[in-house]
Structure formats: C-alpha cells, structure tokens
Design a protein around this ligand. Sequence first.
Ligand code: SF4
Length: 100
Amino acid sequence: MKKLTRRDLLGLSAVAIVASPALALTSRLAFAADAPRLDPNDAQASALAYTHQSAKAGSNCANCQLYSAGAGAAWGPCAIFPGKQVAGAGWCSAWVKRAG
Ligand code: SF4
C-alpha cells in the first residue's frame, strides 16, 4: 500500500475545496426541483393569501424578488416558504418587485 505524502494530502485538500461549493449547489438545485408544491390551504400560505394563479396584473411569483428560480420557471423556491415550490404564475401579499 502506498503511503500518502504531504503533496498527496495537499492535492486532496485542493480537490475538496474546489468540489464542496459545486456539490452544495448541485444538492440545493436537486432539492429545489424535488421540493413539494406549496398548498394554498397551508396556514402560512393562506395567511398571505397565496394563490397558484395571480389575479394582480403585472405581479406574480416569477417577477417577485423572493422567487429564486428563473423568471421563466413554472415552479420554484420562495424565501417566504422554505422547502416548498411556488408557482411562477402565483402570488401572495408578500410580493416584492424583482430588482433589475
Ligand atoms: S413572496 Fe409571495 S409573491 Fe413572492 S415568490 Fe413568494 S409566494 Fe410568490
């Protein structure tokens, strides 16, 4: 069995440092895609009048600052409802116009 040299350990550390953020991002994206859809009847969703289909012209989750999926994504994460996906066409009373 080959003994690990100091150089080997430094190389492994460098790989770990480079790979960790990529793995974290990948697992976060995988989680977001697998997260359940928010139930509008959920207590918090109901308190914020969340709906899957916005009735407010020009305001929906896809153009809300708190929506972290792309503007064209049909479903995505929202900072107000962690662990759930909200509809891009949805809306709630916490809507904040996306900057830029
Ligand atoms: S805060 Fe409300 S409007 Fe904004 S993305 Fe979340 S659910 Fe949609």
